[in-house]
Design a protein. Structure first.
Ligand code: FES
Ligand SMILES: [Zn+2]
Lengths: 943, 89
């Protein structure tokens, strides 16, 4: 066991019977379960935990609570993990960051000596002239900047998104938060408590005897039903208020009716030359190391304090075998037994530190003195300068106001559903925090309907006790003396001097300083530097601290893994009920909206040929399908479509396109009249959800008497097309499928392969064809039966690509492919369906104008030499100027040409007009063809 | 957008379950002037304060309804069915 490990103590949280070995930069460290990587490093004598961001200065553990930037390490490939709070696991591999070749011998330490070259915003100023200079140095600067490296491997961890609803949410599981949660839950409220650390208890966890006390508070809370989420950090408050929290497994959105913020206070470092040396720590770090992890971080300690709190830490160190000197900023202190043994130096501060790779001595003297007594030491403890952690509260809209007694900005003007308790509200003793917590918990519970007479009596009592407590706060001087860097911001390596220069340059307010020097913008987000920055800014601008407000608080308050924010990507993937048959048939699949659809089975060419010559079968289950039923069903369709439906006979099908009130085509499909008051409507696959919204919206607005039901998933559908399709149908059904019984654009209910179906004679592919809709559970059965029946005729399954060629040969428009958000029916060649003599329909008013003006562009068919197929999107050019574009193009074996559709100037919409299509450097000649390329008279599909 | 909307059919739910349909408009019928058509298609009142707007309970009952929302606070003052418009809007 390491000599630095202390003997067992009453507050230790390590399991000495469970040894763990971890590797830090190939050094093996033997520690115990319960240790963190940070405490293990302390046990292993590693004082330099990383190198600083800009100057590559050595840095060591400072806070042990995850608030500073000093201990960011790469753990098993994941960068920027905070060593001090990351529990050790066996065989863990830890690499310290921002150093090359190693943290111990970082060759970029030279940057430290060139720091005069890097004033704030140096990248805005230096290397501007000559112009090439920036390009020359940029890669170098970029390689030096940044923290850690993004892992190369894909991240396979799963992260959930969890929404929670609570009566009362308590943020922060210290004494105040635990007390608030317990009271609110006892009163009957449903309470969630968020604690960022793995163990609740707040600062108690580092205090002698504190662990037992914390455990008592925790069990009191969980006993009354508080849902305690430990290891889960609140990182933002959003409109609602919604509190966002995260842990490595989940992102939480928590909506509570009342929120109690018990976010505590954050200890602050003091600013003096070389205040960033390893070995200079906050009292929280020392308390935790000594009492919780039982490691002695130094043998000769100097404790700087201005409150009685620092003496507790000093005493712990002393008991652990260190020699301790206390430096107390206060001129006089009340005699307490502890202090006697520690013989404090009163009315003094630390003027500067000495050391290179760790602190070796400090100079101590009265604030402002030009020199002081040098005290050798290997540990400096900054004790008790804490700032209320008001950031999350500020995100609720609460204001902060300077409090003289606390020398800090405390929350005021809380929104009505927001409460603050404990150190964040100015309390500076554990008992005071608990009292405030109780009060907040009772008030919140009462506000959500869990009050009682007894409770309100207690509220009155607690209010009297809950006034701010603790001695007035004394802060150390803004700066120390002498040369050597005095860091205000450890994350971004910003010194007091740099802040002063920046103010002289005119960036004379906190918000400007922040943006210019990047103070408070690093990994700590101001946790350890806001106070110092405010004070230095105030000093440089001649303002008091009270007049120098902190910068606006914004999420994230604690760093969040991007993977957590991204969450699980759940992209829907839909398969028809015939999917497995397609897989067995060897289909190549493609995405069509959320659907997986066969692109082809054999080759598109062969499939096209089968449909044209014999018979083919395609799964069209993905079509959007609606049943529109009710006494006013035809009224709805009359208003939704420019077509006429009122006069439609039962058993007929009509092609229609829906428009919006701009006259733009939204979608197209078929409408079948099943009965006097029921229609079956199909829409494009990818548009189904949007069209459902569209139709039900107008239905809601018009208040017609009917129902629109989306039956897309309830019905499967296949299209059986080709000259032999009737012969196949005859084998599949006893019903009459002759031209007379099931005419073109007719629909007839019948059994197909024993399954009750609706059969539509429509001709998207341009051949005699039957579109069969039937209950989706029979998908495989109908498909198999049809393929079997078609076998003797040489049936082939065909995919989307073949269908696209087939439809293009017929010049059938694909809405969304050939049209866009500006296409109206006249220019798309669908003007024939518009019945302007109807009283009203969506788009009518706009179409009246559009018809009068006439189209400026037209969607036309064109043919070209079959040797080349221009990509969709190619330009239509006239004398070198862009005048239109190609929307579809395919090679058509049936016609022996390349065929397509394109938008061209309206004047070109004449049979035989020649024009040029350009893509890249290639120009091809095309000829307008207004009639379908294949079977222009439509005799085949009517057959 | 993280407020709660009370669907008249299902009760209070997170706004994330709903789709926004925009403020209510006066549709320009076939007789409307060009000005009225343009106003209906391209212009919105965009009030700061209370406005009546369309909402769809997309991930719930899939019904459209109307809500009166304060655009500054996202406070939903009330929700109601379109046929209740005459009486309440
Ligand atoms: S020591 Fe780990 S964050 Fe400060
Ligand atoms: Zn609903």
């Amino acid at each position: 066991m390491s000599a630095r490990r202390l003997p067992e103590g009453p507050d230790e949280a390590i399991l000495r019977d469970r040894p763990v070995t971890i590797e830090v930069d190939s050094k093996l460290i033997h520690c115990f379960e319960g240790d963190t990587v940070g405490s293990a490093m302390a046990v292993g004598g590693i004082t330099i935990t990383g190198r600083s961001f800009k100057y590559h200065r050595p840095r060591g553990l400072q806070c042990m609570t995850g608030n500073c930037p000093n201990c960011l390490v790469t753990v098993d490939g994941i960068p920027n993990v905070r060593a001090c709070t990351e529990p050790v696991r066996g065989a863990m591999k830890v690499v310290r960051q921002n150093a090359w070749p190693s943290v111990g011998a970082d060759i970029h330490g030279w940057l430290n000596f060139w720091s005069f070259m890097m004033p704030p915003g140096f990248y805005y100023k230096v290397f501007h002239r000559p112009r090439w200079a920036w390009h020359a140095v940029e890669p170098l600067i970029r390689s030096k900047a940044g923290l850690g490296f993004a892992p190369e491997e894909e991240d396979h961890r799963t992260r959930e998104r969890i929404s929670l609803h609570a009566d009362v949410l308590v943020v922060g599981g210290g004494p105040a938060g635990l007390a608030a949660a317990t009271e609110a839950a006892s009163a009957g409220a449903n309470v969630v408590l968020l604690e960022q650390r793995r163990e609740a208890g707040g600062h108690l966890l580092g205090e002698p005897g504190g662990r037992v006390r914390a455990a008592g508070l925790v069990s009191a809370a969980t006993d009354v039903g508080v849902k305690l989420l430990s290891g889960t950090a609140a990182f933002g408050v959003f409109d609602g208020p919604i509190v966002a929290g995260w842990n490595p497994d989940a992102l939480y959105r928590i909506r509570a009716r009342h929120v109690v913020f018990a976010t505590g206070a954050i200890e602050q470092p003091a600013v003096f030359p070389d205040n960033d040396l390893p070995g200079i720590m906050l009292s929280s770090a020392v308390d935790l190391l000594v009492n919780r992890f039982r490691v002695l971080p130094g043998r000769k300690a100097v404790v700087l304090t201005a409150s009685d709190g620092g003496y507790g830490t000093a005493e712990s160190l002393q008991r652990a075998g260190a020699s301790v000197r206390v430096v107390d900023l206060r001129g006089e202190v009340g005699p307490t037994p502890t202090m006697a043994g520690l013989a404090p130096v009163l009315g003094a501060t630390i003027l500067r530190a000495h050391g290179r790779r760790r602190v070796r001595a400090v100079e101590v003297g009265p604030p402002g003195a030009s020199g002081g007594r040098k005290i050798p030491c290997d540990l400096v403890v900054l004790a008790g300068f804490a700032v209320p952690s008001t950031n999350l509260l500020s995100m609720t809209g609460a204001k902060v106001e300077f409090d003289d007694h606390a020398q800090a900005f405390l929350p005021v003007d809380l929104p009505p559903t927001v409460h603050a308790a404990g150190a964040v509200a100015g309390s500076r003793t554990t008992d005071g925090a608990i009292t405030q917590g109780r009060l907040a918990g009772l008030e919140a519970a009462a506000a959500v309907g869990h009050g009682s007479a007894a409770a309100s009596e207690r509220v009155g009592l607690l209010r009297l006790q809950a006034a701010a407590d603790g001695d007035p706060v004394v802060l150390p001087p803004e700066t120390g003396l002498g040369k050597g860097k005095q860091f205000a911001c450890l994350c971004m390596d910003v010194t007091n001097k740099e802040l002063k220069f920046a103010v002289e340059e005119g960036f004379d307010s906190m918000e400007l300083l922040k943006r210019y020097t990047t103070i408070t913008m690093g990994p700590c987000q101001g946790k350890g530097c806001m106070l110092a920055s405010q004070r230095l800014c105030g000093k440089a601008t001649g303002h008091t601290l009270a007049e120098t407000r902190p910068t606006t608080a914004r999420p994230p308050w604690t760093p969040v893994e991007l993977g957590t924010l991204a969450g699980e990507r759940r992209s829907p993937r839909k398969e028809t009920t015939m999917h497995d048959v397609h897989v067995d048939a060897g289909a190549e699949f493609m995405w069509a909206a959320d659907w997986r659809r066969p692109h082809h089975y054999s080759t598109p060419g062969r499939e096209v040929e089968a449909v044209r010559q014999r018979v083919g079968l395609i799964d069209v289950s993905t079509l959007g399908k609606f049943r529109v039923k009710g006494p006013q069903a035809s009224d709805l369709l009359e208003r939704l479509y420019p077509n006429r439906f009122g006069d439609m006979k039962i058993g007929r099908v009509r092609y229609g396109a829906m428009l919006n009130d701009e006259g733009v085509i939204l979608d197209d499909g078929t409408v079948c009249r099943l009965t006097e008051d029921e229609f079956f409507v199909t829409v494009t696959t990818g548009n189904t959800a949007a069209l459902e919204r569209w139709m039900t919206w107008w239905l809601a607005d018009w208040g017609l008497d009917l129902r629109v039901l989306n039956v897309t998933a309830a019905y499967a559908a296949v299209n059986l097309g080709g000259p032999d399709s009737r012969k196949v149908m005859e084998k599949l059904t006893d019903a009459d499928v002759s031209k007379e019984a099931v005419p073109y654009m007719g629909c007839v209910p019948m059994d197909v392969a024993g399954v009750p179906s609706l059969v539509l004679r429509i001709g998207f592919v341009g051949e005699l064809s039957y579109e069969i809709h039937f209950p989706s559970m029979y998908g495989e059965h109908v498909w198999d039966a049809t393929m079997e029946a078609g076998e003797e005729f040489g049936i082939e399954p065909f995919g989307l690509e073949a269908q696209r060629i087939l439809r293009l040969e017929k010049q059938h428009v694909l809405v969304g492919q050939d049209t866009d958000a500006e296409s109206d029916p006249y220019e798309a060649g669908l003007g024939w369906m518009v019945k302007l003599d109807k009283p009203d329909f969506l788009g009518k008013r706009a179409l009246i104008d559009l018809e009068a003006a006439g189209p400026a562009e037209r969607l036309v068919g064109w043919t070209a030499d079959p040797s080349i197929v221009p990509p969709e999107g190619s330009s239509v050019v006239h004398e070198g100027v862009w005048v239109g574009r190609v929307t579809s193009a395919r090679r058509s074996a049936t016609t022996g040409k390349t065929v397509g559709l394109a938008w061209v100037p309206a004047g070109w919409a004449q049979e035989g007009t020649h024009f040029d299509i350009q893509f890249g450097t290639v120009t091809i000649h095309a000829t307008v063809a207004l009639k379908p390329f294949y079977d222009p008279e439509g005799t085949r599909l009517r057959s | 957008m993280t407020f709660v909307i009370a669907c008249p059919n299902c009760g209070p739910r997170e706004a994330l379950e709903f789709s926004f349909g925009g403020e209510t408009t006066r549709r320009a019928g076939p007789e409307a002037s060009e000005q009225e058509l343009a106003g209906y298609l391209f212009f919105r009142d965009n009030v700061m304060g209370r406005q009546i707007e369309w909402w769809l309970h997309r991930d719930g009952c899939r019904k459209w309804f109307l809500a009166e929302r304060n655009t500054m606070t996202n406070q939903i003052e009330r929700t109601f069915w379109p046929h209740e418009r005459g009486r309440t809007a």
